[in-house]
Structure formats: C-alpha cells, structure tokens
Design a protein around this ligand. Structure first.
Ligand SMILES: [Zn+2]
Length: 596
C-alpha cells in the first residue's frame, strides 16, 4: 500500500533548516543580533545617503549590509508564520508570531531611515550613483522604491505608523486568521453528525451529491455568518485603515499603492479587467454546458465544481507526486528536478490536519534558503492541480535564487507565471494520456473551472473590493450593505447562467485576501491570462520557447514586468494582447463541446 494516501498522511515539512522548534534559543539570539546590527547600521549610515556622502560603491556596500540584515530580521517571523500556518490553534506558536512580529517591527523601525533617505535623494544626486557598476543589481530596486517618493512621510511619522499598525490593521488581520482558523463546521453526512475543518467542508463542493454540496456550503457560510459582528468589524476597519493611509499619503486612487507595488500602470490593469468583463459570457457559456453535463436545468453556484463523472477518481498523494513529476519532465527536465526536491527533501506539508490553515501557499524567505509549500491534500484531482500550482511557485522561487534579496520576489502580476503554467502542463499531460471521452471531459472541465476561478472570478472579487473601499469612504458598512455590493458583482459575472444559493450573501467573509492582501485578486486574473498567452506561444514555438521562459522566471523581481515581458516580445499595453488568452479559453471550450 502507498504510504502517503488520500489525506497525504505523514507528508509534513521539515523546518529544521530554519530553527529546531518554537523554543530554539537561536530564535531569540537572531532577534537580538539583528537588533544589534540594525543599531550599528543606523550609526554608520544615518544621514550619509541623504547628505550625498556615499558614492556608488559605498552605497552598494550599504545595500548589501542592509539585505543581510533584512534577511536576519525576517527569519524568526518567517519561521513563526510557517509554524502558525501548520498549527493555528497552538498557543505557544501564536505567542511566537506576536513576539517575532513585534521584534521585527522594532528592528524595521531602526532601519526606516535608510529607504527614506534613498527616496529623498534629488535626481541630480541619484544619477551618478546609479551609473556605478557596483550598483547595477540595485538599480531596479532604487527606481522601484523611488516611485513611492510622493507618498512617503517623514521618518518619525513612518515609525509611528509602523508601531500603530501592530494594534491597527495587523491586529485585525491576526484576529481574522485566528477566528476563521478556529471555526469548525457541523454537518450530517450519511446520517452521522460530523465536525469538519474548513478544508474538509470546502472539499465537499466537489462531492457528487448535489444536496450535500449545497448543505455543506450553506453550513460553511452560515457558520461564518454566526460571527458576522466580528467579521464585519474587521472588514470595516481594514477598509477604514486604508482610507486613512491613502489620505495621509496623498493617494487619490485607492488601488494606486498596489499598482505601484506591482510596478504596473493603472490603465494596463483597467484594460485587462474590462477585457475580462467583456468575456464574462465565455464563463456563462461554460456554466450552461456544465448544466447539460450534470443534467440539471440551471446550475446553482454549489454546482460549479461538481464532478461530472458519477465517481470522482481519488488519488493517493504518492501517485499525485509521480504524475506531476512526469508531466513537468515532459515540459522541461530542470522544471521536474526542481519540483522533485520538494518531495525528496520534505519542503512540502500536504497532510490534512485540524488547526492547519485553509488553502495552499508557497513561501520563501530569501535566495539563501529554499522555498516551502503548504496545502491540505484530500485526494481529488483539484488537489493534484493545487500541488502542481504551488510547486510552480516553488520552481519560480528556486530559479530566482540567483537574484539578490532585494530582487528576489517576482512582482505580483508575474508571481503566477510559473504556477498556472505548471497546472496547464499537468492537465495537458493528462489529456495526452487519456483517450476515453468521459475522462477527457473531466480534465477539460477541471481546467476550465480553474480558469473560471482565476481569470473571471478574481476580476469579480476585485470589482467587489473596489466597490467596498469606495463606499466605506462615506461611512461604516453594515453586513447587509457589504452583501449587496458582493451580490451585485456576482450577478454581473454569472448573468442568468447560475442561481446563487441564499447563504452566498456571506461569500465575502471567507476571502482572506480582502483582509491581508488588498487588491491581490486582480493579479490572479492578470497572471493567468498572461500565462495562457504564454502557453499559446509554447504550443506555437515548442522547445524554442523554453529558454526565454526560464529566463523570465529567473529574473525574479529584478525588472519591471513590462520590461521582463518585452524581452519575450510581449507588449502588455496592447489591448489585443489580452485577447490571445481568451482565444486559448475558446479553444478549450470548443474541445469540451466536441466531447458532448
Ligand atoms: Zn498561486
């Protein structure tokens, strides 16, 4: 029998490269050392860059010290956040999260002056610094930093805002995570009352029994609704906090901080989102096809992910592993080898356990360390795709390890370039292996549902989030008002193709991005459409496409997305570019229609 079965039993990550446990004395030692180094750094450099006393080589040395310090300061809180994700109800770990975050804030405060001085430099002071050869790898970082120049406050104000964030937005984020992580869901299945985790109950949306799917999702949403007082307050305060931030920092467009961080023009994002909205009928066409496949008059939103074959095929984790590695290997050997490390070296935590946070992620500390993946594997084909997706992120991080710390993280809109690609590579491999029409139909539906969830749904989520931020400007929002905004965008997306279950008015309460990663959702749409277009090029160009694509991933965050893509001959400011992606979707829909 396979050791790692349908719940990925025993597939736990090994974090010992970071620390040996929450009591590891090196945690405190690192925080103390980071603090000592930060004080020394401040003594050495305060006033130097603003005063123009550093030449190019000296500034490059200062930046290298700053990177080393930032990594040291980040390691304890990074470790704590991984422990917390794997075991949200562990009191000791919760305390460690708070303690390391507080310490990191104190250290960050000692260092705030440095970025501020760099931002404050006059163009005439900056230009000669940027031309020094030693500064070559920091040029993009400095340029990116300085885009925030008109929105940056004085050192004292930035320090106060940092400190007050601990009891402000960070506290609400933590409350949200602890509350939603503590929820258990009571549901009667086959006459037996059971208590489920969020991962287990959401997995039931893929169950063949229509009634069970609806009861499960209703229970999930109503359990959130029982905490509507806290969830509504958290959301309102996150919105208000951002409103205040935008006023203090002179942003007239409240999405602008995200666009600046993403290094992308607001018009580019708006053009992409409008293109997606114009193509909502493609999603609706899929839902009508799916209603036919399920032999129902009209789809409910609890049917969106229903399996279309009577028996959902479940795979033990070990089998998922070998499928993924084979599929990746058919695309590129290096892709497969990088993914294999996660299994072989225990960089992945896939086991289903109570108290583990929901969803899946890949996290990376710095180029010196390898990335980690967390997910809850329930044996469904969707879970196999999720593992492939997160491993795509892992491959992206692994390839970017040649970058410096400050250039390591890909800009958000490129962050899904490997993950989504990896999912499509997996599905294509499975389609190639499958001649049975029913099985092909299942694979195409899985792929189209993934595309729906990423391209179409995430744009609707972003439109809702924008509407909520806009309306919060004129006062506190009630749960009913939030629900009205939520349903309005959902109805635009689904048109008349899908009936929404009544409890779905609470659908906004479980999207954690609204709380901890404001306006993150548009980058999913952006990244997926972009990747679909890239995939079309791979189909057209074959092997010749691969080296340029790998170079794009290796570039990490060292360039603006626009520039990185220009090297592949892509102009993201051309509206026609987005239509490439939709043509791929139309192709998959046509393939699906052929199986009917
Ligand atoms: Zn992702």
């Amino acid at each position: 029998m396979d050791k790692a079965g349908l719940k990925a039993e025993g597939i736990q990550w090994d974090l010992s490269e970071l620390y040996i446990g929450p009591d590891d004395p090196r945690l405190e030692a690192d925080l103390a050392e980071a603090r000592r180094q930060a004080e020394a750094f401040a003594q050495t450099y305060r006033g130097k860059s603003a005063g123009g006393q550093l030449d190019g080589p000296a500034l490059a040395r200062a930046l290298a010290e700053y990177e080393a310090l930032a990594e040291l300061e980040y390691r304890p809180s990074f470790y704590a956040s991984l422990l917390f994700a794997a075991d949200t109800q562990n009191l000791k770990v919760q305390q460690l999260v708070h303690r390391t975050r507080e310490a990191a804030t104190e250290i960050a405060n000692l260092l705030v002056f440095f970025a501020l001085e760099l931002i404050a430099l006059e163009e005439t002071q900056l230009a000669p610094l940027l031309t020094a050869p030693e500064m070559a790898e920091y040029r993009h970082y400095l340029e990116a930093l300085r885009r925030f120049k008109p929105h940056t406050l004085g050192e004292k104000e930035e320090q106060i805002l940092n400190q007050k964030r601990l009891t402000g937005s960070s506290a609400f984020e933590q409350l949200y995570q602890e509350l939603t992580g503590s929820l258990r869901f009571r549901l009667t299945i086959d006459g037996e009352e059971r208590e489920l985790t969020d991962g287990e109950i959401m997995a039931l949306l893929h169950h063949p029994d229509r009634g069970l799917r609806e009861r499960a999702f209703t229970t999930f949403l109503e359990t959130h609704a029982n905490h509507s007082l806290v969830l509504t307050a958290v959301f309102n305060n996150i919105l208000l906090d951002h409103k205040i931030d935008c006023e203090l920092r002179h942003y007239d467009n409240f999405v602008m901080p995200t666009h600046l961080a993403n290094e992308i023009a607001p018009e580019t994002v708006e053009a992409m989102m409008q293109a997606v909205e114009r193509h909502y009928p493609l999603a609706q066409e899929y839902f009508r096809l799916k209603a036919r496949l399920l032999a129902v008059d009209k789809l409910k939103n609890t049917d969106l992910y229903a399996p279309i074959a009577a028996e959902a095929e479940e795979l033990p984790f070990s089998q998922a592993q070998s499928l993924i590695l084979t599929a990746f290997g058919r695309f590129n050997e290096q892709f497969a080898a990088l993914a294999a490390d996660f299994f072989r070296k225990r960089w992945i935590d896939a086991e289903v356990r109570g108290g583990k946070r929901g969803g899946a992620f890949c996290a990376a500390l710095s180029p010196r360390y390898h990335p980690y993946v967390l997910c809850s594997y329930n044996g469904t084909s969707r879970d196999v795709s999720t593992v492939a997706h997160e491993l795509g992120h892992g491959i992206h991080y692994s390839l970017a390890r040649r970058q410096k710390f400050l250039n390591y993280d890909a800009p958000l809109v490129l962050a899904e370039t490997a993950s989504v690609f990896a999912e499509i590579v997996l599905t294509r491999h499975l389609l190639a292996e499958t001649t049975n029409p029913a099985a092909r139909r299942g694979l195409l539906c899985g792929l189209l549902e993934e595309i729906y969830g990423t391209v179409f749904r995430q744009t609707a989520l972003t439109r809702f989030e924008m509407a909520a931020h806009r309306q919060r400007r004129s006062g506190q929002l009630s749960a009913d008002e939030i629900a009205a905004l939520w349903l309005q965008e959902q109805e635009k997306l689904f048109g008349t193709s899908v009936e929404l279950i009544p409890a779905y008015r609470w659908g906004w309460t479980y999207i954690s991005h609204f709380i901890h990663s404001r306006f993150y959702c548009y980058s999913y749409s952006f990244g997926e459409l972009l990747t679909l277009a890239l995939f079309q090029r791979y189909l057209d160009e074959g092997e010749a496409f691969v080296p340029g694509y790998l170079r794009l991933l290796e570039s990490g965050g060292s360039q603006r997305p626009e520039h990185a893509l220009a090297q592949l001959g892509i102009d993201i400011n051309q509206p026609e570019f987005w239509h490439q992606g939709f043509r791929v979707i139309e192709g998959f829909l046509a393939d699906l229609r052929q199986t009917l």
